[in-house]
Design a protein around this ligand. Structure first.
Ligand SMILES: NC(=O)c1ccc[n+]([C@@H]2O[C@H](COP(=O)([O-])OP(=O)(O)OC[C@H]3O[C@@H](n4cnc5c(N)ncnc54)[C@H](OP(=O)(O)O)[C@@H]3O)[C@@H](O)[C@H]2O)c1
Length: 429
């Protein structure tokens, strides 16, 4: 074993970074044996230097992250600051000064992954980011390496624990959205500003990363259709139950039937209780991968938290350190397939539509005609009447999202349709 240590600069020492530092210390001997050389924490960049950080030598702490990555003797930079800047500049500077990079930064990777991969490649360095998607769950490496000989057709997952916690609460207790969100906040599962989670931004970043790797095609954040889950109601869960379904916020990356294009989207959807994703409870994450040869695979586990996320970071750190000792690099960006990324209108799926209508003869026929005119075939219809008003629940066969949008627009114009109470996609069948 080499005795000269590999030097690691830790950028950020918060929820994830502090756990990375702790495991580097407590598992030092095992890490050295697995890598073939000891790893040494050479510096820790933070914003508030005076804060007491258990287990961290205060002499290593600095607020000058740029100077740390420019030192020239750093082998690996671990970026766990988060956000776009200064993380992006620091990572680029790290490559320029000879370091490889491990990051947990989904927002940055989803936005600038291609440029960062190019910078890593130009300097012959590694960029690894297993922790950026679904925390501890091994997903990037299985897609990038284990499934490199297969053809992935679909990635369907629960990749945000906060939203899964909220939806699971609504499902199990009958609570409304706000009540479930309040509980998630009180228990620390939701941040004070939960927008990134509940509006699907966090899941969309992960969907862009997963789709890019799964389909060997660049998928930008803007290519991902995104709908949050703030409009999901207790009534939607009652409807879902009547259909033998529950509701999850899903990230779905799909190859088209003819294989020439892909789509990526995030939205709430009904899934059958028999689907493995339906039983993912609390703040857990799970990702279902479908490929030609392997068939169906499911990856399940804690998608966030300091220690689980640090596990993924450390796994990358070991891989990157091994590569350095071998004078090699791991897989970089693979975008050779260059498939068309299609808009949401091209997605084909089933829909559950709940309409408030006038309770009088002929309404059902009128509504059915609008569906037929837009090429959307109806699977089932359920009508409940009360005091001159009625609710009509229509479940469709598979149809283009654009056709469904056209149907809903036309339905809204009917005098007999008082309102569209909810539209929910039905997945996983
Ligand atoms: N938390 C999770 O469960 C989780 C899961 C998966 C991925 N991630 C990703 O991991 C990354 C880190 O998340 P986190 O939860 O650990 O964040 P965090 O607790 O807010 O920690 C951020 C750290 O970065 C430091 N920092 C902020 N701005 C800085 C700057 N300009 N220069 C130097 N240091 C700076 C902070 O310093 P101070 O300590 O002085 O404030 C803090 O130590 C993010 O990209 C996040 O998306 C997190």
């Amino acid at each position: 074993m080499r005795t000269r240590p590999l030097k690691v600069a830790l950028l950020g020492c918060g929820v994830v970074g502090s756990e990375v530092a702790r495991i580097m210390t407590t598992h030092a001997d095992d890490l050295a044996a697995r890598i073939g050389a000891p790893v040494e924490l050479a510096g820790v960049a933070v914003r508030r230097p005076a804060k007491v950080r258990e287990g961290i030598d205060p002499s290593l702490v600095t607020t000058d992250a740029t100077a740390l990555v420019k030192r020239g003797d750093i082998d690996v930079v671990v970026e766990v600051i988060g956000g776009i800047e200064p993380a992006r500049s620091l990572i680029t500077t790290a490559f320029e000064h000879g370091a490889s990079v491990v990051s947990a930064n989904k927002a940055l990777l989803a936005q600038d992954g291609a440029a960062l991969h190019a910078a890593a490649g130009a300097h012959g360095r590694d960029l690894y980011y297993e922790a950026a998607v679904a925390g501890a769950i091994p997903l990037i490496r299985p897609l990038r390496e284990s499934l490199a000989g297969d053809k992935v057709n679909r990635v369907l997952g629960i990749v945000n624990g906060t939203t899964n916690f909220i939806l699971d609460k609504m499902d199990s207790t009958g609570a409304g959205y706000q009540e479930a969100l309040d509980e998630a906040t009180a228990l620390g599962y939701a941040e004070a500003d939960p927008t990134a989670d509940v509006e699907g931004f966090d899941a969309a970043a992960k969907a862009a990363i997963l789709a890019g790797i799964a389909f060997h095609t660049r998928v930008r954040l803007d290519d991902v259709y995104r709908e949050g889950m703030t409009e999901v109601t207790a009534a939607d869960f009652r409807s879902a139950k009547e259909m033998g379904c529950t509701i999850k916020l899903l990230a779905i990356c799909e190859r088209s039937a003819d294989g020439t294009s892909v789509t990526a989207r995030v939205h709430p959807a009904m899934i059958p209780l028999s689907h493995p994703l339906a039983s993912v409870r609390g703040a857990y994450n799970a990702v279902f991968v479908e490929s030609d040869a392997a068939g169906q695979l499911m990856f399940y586990g804690p998608g966030a938290g300091g220690s689980p996320t640090a596990s993924a970071v450390l796994g990358d750190l070991v891989a990157v350190c091994r590569n350095r000792l071998n004078g090699a690099t791991g897989p970089g960006e693979s975008a050779y397939a260059d498939l068309t990324v299609s808009p949401m209108g091209d997605v084909v799926t089933r829909y559950h539509i709940s309409l408030d209508v006038a309770d009088k003869p002929g309404v059902l026929a009128q509504v059915a005609t609008v569906f037929a005119e837009h090429g959307v075939s109806i699977d089932t219809v359920r009508q409940q009447g009360k005091d001159g008003e009625a609710s009509l629940v229509v479940v469709t066969h598979r149809a283009f999202d654009a056709s469904l949008s056209g149907t809903v627009e036309a339905l809204r114009k009917l005098d007999t349709v008082r309102g569209v109470a909810s539209i929910m996609r039905v997945e996983g069948e």
